[in-house]
Design a protein. Structure first.
Length: 113
């Protein structure tokens, strides 16, 4: 009787082993699910970035206001007769402001003083 119990236990382990540790086992499935969730998050971030870039491209194609705004912000251009005021801010504030603008993709008229 003990021998039969040992044989049944061994067969049970032999059947369970591929289910848990085999190529298509549960541990592999859990690992792949975590990887898939991480890739889905990355894809969502990239889709948001692409949407922001697409909106910026259409804005640049659509009118001169966006081009003027980019020239003012990126190239520090000033119209004739304008007076340029630049407000000094701490390095941490400026870095966080530029990081938030880059992350959001927003470039509003009042984004930068």
């Amino acid at each position: 009787m003990k021998r039969l119990a040992i044989v049944l236990a061994a067969l049970s382990l032999a059947i369970q082993w591929p289910l848990w540790f085999g190529h298509g086992g549960w541990i592999r499935v859990w690992t792949l699910q975590r990887t898939l969730q991480e890739l889905d998050r990355k894809n969502a971030d990239l889709q948001a970035r692409n949407a922001a870039l697409s909106a910026e491209i259409s804005s640049l194609h659509g009118g001169s206001e966006a081009i003027e705004e980019r020239a003012r912000h990126d190239l520090h251009m000033i119209k004739p007769g304008e007076t340029f005021f630049q407000f000094a801010s701490s390095a941490n504030e400026a870095a966080s402001r530029s990081a938030s603008d880059t992350a959001s993709g927003a470039r509003g008229a009042n984004s930068h003083p």
